[in-house]
Design a protein around this ligand. Sequence first.
Ligand SMILES: Cc1ncc(COP(=O)(O)O)c(C=O)c1O
Length: 442
Amino acid sequence: MSLPSHLEVNEKGHLAIAGHDTVTLVQQYGTPLYIYDEDYIRKRMREYVAAFNFEDSMVAYAGKAFLTKAMCRIIEDEGLYLDVVSGGELYTAMVSEFPPERIIVHGNNKSETELFMALKAGVGLIVVDNYAELQQLIQLGYGIHAKKIDVLLRIVPGVEAHTHDYIQTGQIDTKFGFDIESGMAMEALEKAIKSKIINVVGVHFHIGSQLLNLEPFKLALENTARFLAKAKERFNWEAEIMDVGGGLGIRHIPQENPPSISILAKTIKEGIDISFGKYNLQTPKVIVEPGRSIVGESAVAIYSVGLIKDIPGVRTYVAVDGGMADNLRPALYQAKYDAVLCKQPLAKREKVVTLVGKNCETGDILIEDIAMPKIQRGDLVAMLSAGAYTYSMASNYNKLPKPAILLASSRGVFPMVNRETYEDIIRKEVMPEHLEKNNVRA
Ligand SMILES: Cc1ncc(COP(=O)(O)O)c(C=O)c1O
């Protein structure tokens, strides 16, 4: 067993992240505790920017994976663009003074308020997902904008990618985007091109997440190029931008072997050269939108072990003080994780246990059947590669306060999100007057 490269065992034999002892950090900040390695995040961002160095490519970090005000500063500092999918994400970017022209707005059901907010902020691009939105944008645009609104059309390229394989389907069953196959995409493109207030600068697709096989990108680019060739013929219009979405997988468990960022870039470049070349289309600028592959492996989630329930011949449950409220992924889609003990990360793994949370759900399993060293109550367990889609999906289920989140680097350790208090959890609750303690009537 070896640790991910940015984690290490320090002189005390403890797990360290960005050179900081996780056991010491827990003494100061408590558990559950998420610790992000800033240097690692920046390194991944730089790798993306260096790899996507062709045709003025743009790297847009997908905020949905993990977004805080501190993250916005890092994204800006590294020169990336930022994908947002809601008014809340846009607001986080705006209060962090993220340059609006570097913001790309996504979402399958953007409200009028969100679109208005985006236009007012002067975002760089809006990715139009459906007819209603197109219509709404046209109407709003006339009210607000002096200049045309730059948009991408989200198309469904007829490729559905899964972690290990992919299938090509005629009619894709998805709530996102305009489907090529049914003619929806062409119709939407025509409408957008004809509008005087919309400037369609290109198209977008996102074919899946945690991709360990990049072949589906080639097929998606081929289908898209074929579609764009027809569009060129009909409207004498060509895409300046090809947004290929995110999706690059990471190593959640040791058995997974994700392709590198440079292989992803090479695959995309080759796919575009071949497919766009074949249909005699101009070479577009590429936008790539990584989320997980930037922050996923950058963080550990540290929990304290409480109950250990050994059911002889059946299973040993090891319960920790977090769970599906701070990491919904295992319960939502059986996501896999690896874990180590903070005080002896490389100790021999001698017993298979099931790591569960403290939420009142049988499905609140963090890791099913993981071989771990001998565990005792009070031990600290670190879940590895816990940086993506954890805090961003976190809830207060069972009224559990959301964990503290730290940003660790060679500069030091800084809180990025303070631990919630019980008071925080009920802050928005209002007591109807007739239920006030002294007014309650039977
Ligand atoms: C449109 C879009 N772009 C980018 C991403 C980021 O994907 P990932 O975190 O897998 O890189 C997603 C994730 O669902 C997405 O829907």
